[in-house]
Design a protein around this ligand. Structure first.
Ligand SMILES: Nc1ncnc2c1ncn2[C@@H]1O[C@H](COP(=O)(O)OP(=O)(O)OP(=O)(O)O)[C@@H](O)[C@H]1O
Ligand SMILES: [Mg+2]
Length: 253
């Protein structure tokens, strides 16, 4: 079996007394389309930020593509793309300026960067108002631009935090096609999403985190464990469904 491209050992992050990520061990193999699931506040975004070098772990080890992230963060960042929770765009640039900036930052030459930037703007349907500043983009437009910037260098691993949140159905379709093409070309994708139908359709492997702890992981077939269950049923069985009594909030009518 090929070496894992993401290896987390006892990865932990505390915020004061809160253990947001609690000693996670995780392996992602090359070419996997990996869904990282969990309820609100479970620790997904905190994990993605640590794994992509945006937030320091309290303890534990992160190896990406065989390299220790703390020992050589630049070597890792060169080969990955990330769309974090907060998007991290520069509002005073236009979309084209930002993509050109991102491409040059990743070390692409000027011509390659310009060609890929304009292809990506067309692909994401962001090309028709070239002079608009990012700060004046809608939320979904900003998300698509962040996605474009994250792939301009052809990353070997793409990390996406809630990529389908806030984007329209056309963009979601475009995005799915782009991700499937990356997988076909040998990349690995690691995403969080609350849209379990999309995760079920796209992902080959899933991990579920709850209160900072990994509570399930495996291929979708492994998680089904021979039963006719969809991902939502698996998810609810692992992290608990809605409260059984509807007695509260009775004043809502
Ligand atoms: N900078 C911070 N300071 C203090 N607490 C934090 C900080 N960042 C996250 N937390 C806490 O850590 C926990 C995990 O947060 P995280 O954002 O990782 O959850 P999540 O799984 O991404 O949730 P969601 O599905 O709502 O995006 C939460 O209890 C959150 O309040
Ligand atoms: Mg989150």
């Amino acid at each position: 079996m090929a070496a894992p491209v993401i290896e987390l050992d006892a990865l932990t992050r505390r915020f004061g007394d809160l253990v947001a990520v609690d000693s996670i061990d995780l392996r992602v193999e090359p070419g996997q389309f990996f869904g990282f699931l969990g309820p609100n506040g479970a620790g997904k975004s905190t994990t993605i930020k640590m794994v992509t070098g945006l937030l320091a772990p309290t303890s534990g080890r992160i190896r990406i593509l065989g390299t220790d992230l703390v020992a050589d963060p630049v070597a890792v960042k060169r080969q990955i793309g990330v769309v974090p929770e907060g998007l991290a765009l520069y509002g005073r640039l236009t979309g084209a300026e930002f993509l050109n900036f991102a491409g040059r930052l990743y070390g692409l030459d000027r011509e390659t960067t310009a060609r890929r930037a304009s292809e990506l703007l067309e692909f994401m349907r962001l090309a028709d108002r070239p002079d608009t500043l990012i700060t004046d983009y809608s939320h979904g437009m900003q998300k698509k631009l962040a996605m474009a910037a994250a792939v301009i260098h052809g990353p070997r691993i793409l990390f996406l935090d809630e990529p389908f949140e806030g984007v329209d159905a056309i963009a979601a379709g475009t995005l799915k096609a782009m991700l499937q093409r990356m997988i076909a070309n040998g990349a690995t994708i690691f995403l969080t999403s609350h849209v379990l139908e999309i995760v079920e359709r796209l992902c080959s492997h899933v991990a579920i985190i709850d209160h900072g702890k990994l509570v399930a992981q495996g291929s979708l077939d492994e998680l089904r464990a021979g039963q006719q269950r969809n991902l939502e049923q698996i998810f609810l069985s692992v992290v608990g469904g809605p409260p059984e009594t509807a007695g509260e909030l009775s004043w809502l009518g």
